[in-house]
Design a protein. Structure first.
Length: 155
């Protein structure tokens, strides 16, 4: 039986002559499930929301009674602080590089001012970054609830 001679419709034989276990009636192949593609149990279990367990918003970390919206908003405040620090560094570098470029154009140099401005901007941005982080750390240590999320009334 070479080349499919003598087969009945729907009969799908493997090379060894045994019926193919992955074939259905119409002869299409359905592969066995790959264990590497299974979703882990950690990802299949839903997360329990604190508001479902009768906890108040202050116990759940939120500052309002809307099921943790306050904690999400305080997270946005932290994101805003982080973005401000990053932009402060970035604009320090850009400003110094721009000044260096303008000095290059004024003096007719071929890029020495730009490179120097980039170096000075990077150093100034780093100094400003460290100073701001030290200020934030000192501020958080001086507060009585340092490191704990705020709860209760408006800010």
């Amino acid at each position: 039986m070479s080349g499919g001679e003598g087969r009945t419709p729907g009969e799908d034989l493997a090379r060894d002559g045994e019926p193919d276990r992955g074939a259905d009636e119409l002869g299409s192949y359905t592969p066995a499930p790959d264990p590497r593609l299974e979703i882990p149990e950690v990802l299949r279990t839903p997360i329990d929301h604190p508001s479902k367990h009768g906890r108040s918003a202050s116990e759940a970390g939120g500052r309002d009674g809307r099921g943790g919206l306050g904690s999400a908003l305080s997270g946005l405040g932290e994101l805003g602080k982080a973005m401000a620090i990053g932009f402060d560094f970035l604009f320090s570098v850009i400003a110094a590089a721009l000044i260096g470029y303008l000095i290059d154009r004024w003096q007719g140099w071929s890029g020495a001012g730009l490179v120097t401005g980039l170096g000075i901007g990077f150093a100034a941005g780093t100094v400003r970054l460290i100073a701001r982080l030290n200020r934030e750390e000192a501020r958080s240590k001086s507060k009585p609830n340092a490191g704990k999320p705020r709860s209760g009334g408006p800010r």
